[in-house]
Design a protein around this ligand. Sequence first.
Ligand code: AHM
Ligand code: MG
Length: 329
Amino acid sequence: MEDSRIALPIGTTLDRYIKKKQDEFQFATGELSQLLRDIALAGKVVNREINKAGLINIIGAIGTQNVQGEDQQKLDVLANIRFTRALSKGGEACAVISEEDDEIVDLNNNGRYVIAIDPLDGSSNIDVNVSIGTIFSVFRRVTPVGSPIQETDVLQKGAEQVAAGYLLYGSSTMLVYTTGHGVNGFTYEPSLGEYFLSHPDMSIPEDGKVYSINEGSYTSFPKPVKEYIEFCKQNNFSARYIGSLVADFHRNLLKGGIYIYPQTAKDPNGKLRLMYECNALAFIIEQAGGLASTGRQRVLDIDPKELHERVPFFVGSKNMVEKAISLFK
Ligand code: AHM
Ligand code: MG
């Protein structure tokens, strides 16, 4: 899947990797490369904050300010500030939409790119020391550079993404991303402050034996989803559900499996947000040889109507997602 022109060795630093890949494209301006570097850098800062999450309450208990004199913030709010600040300093992004902001955040009318981001996903796991993640999508704006940002710049189909990725803050921290030429994973080495290529040209097994779904909501699942779960049980598949989308997705990407967040009584369109949760992972999974669907439609083909739109989400190994889709017919 990876562009065959340059295969870089394991251990290549992220900076070097981005630079080499940029050199492959004759007319590349370097702006997308800089954007990826900005996101990677903000990821390091967020990683540092997350690693001392357990201490934040202790420090917070003796005062509402941290050592830098800033007010204590919840980690998801803090992550939003870190990423937005990094993108605004870089100047390549004209706007950001985020799970943490109701409206589009205008950054720089001269920027070419729109970013959709979930700065810290897996909110229920933040306070309990379980893996969480950041998810991002990058689009090229459609209106002329220099003009004010419009909703049409933001509400683009997932198929228009020029890059997408996630950071996983787990037993080690990883950045996994694609620019549409395969998927590559980089592991962060905190003592050196560098990301190194650890998972080149990632591909998901066509089949898997793991299904990830919150079965607590089983009674309100649509019939095809109940049937699919039955199918998994009949075949002795394993149930694995962390409740952090990035962590569940990452495990299934490496080992094979399917993640499902379907329609439920509580969330009639599913819980996950198209623009900054599903699109990015759909782009990555397709680049890795898997599939992403709502059960009835390819995720990357959905024409978004709202910034915070929700969709049912089936993502993972090709044969598993195809089987689930077949039950909707
Ligand atoms: P969040 O954006 O509020 O963190 O919600 C998204 C998360 C996903 O990471 C996870 O897969 C899912 O919600 C878990 O939801 P539930 O607790 O309903 O199973
Ligand atoms: Mg989220």
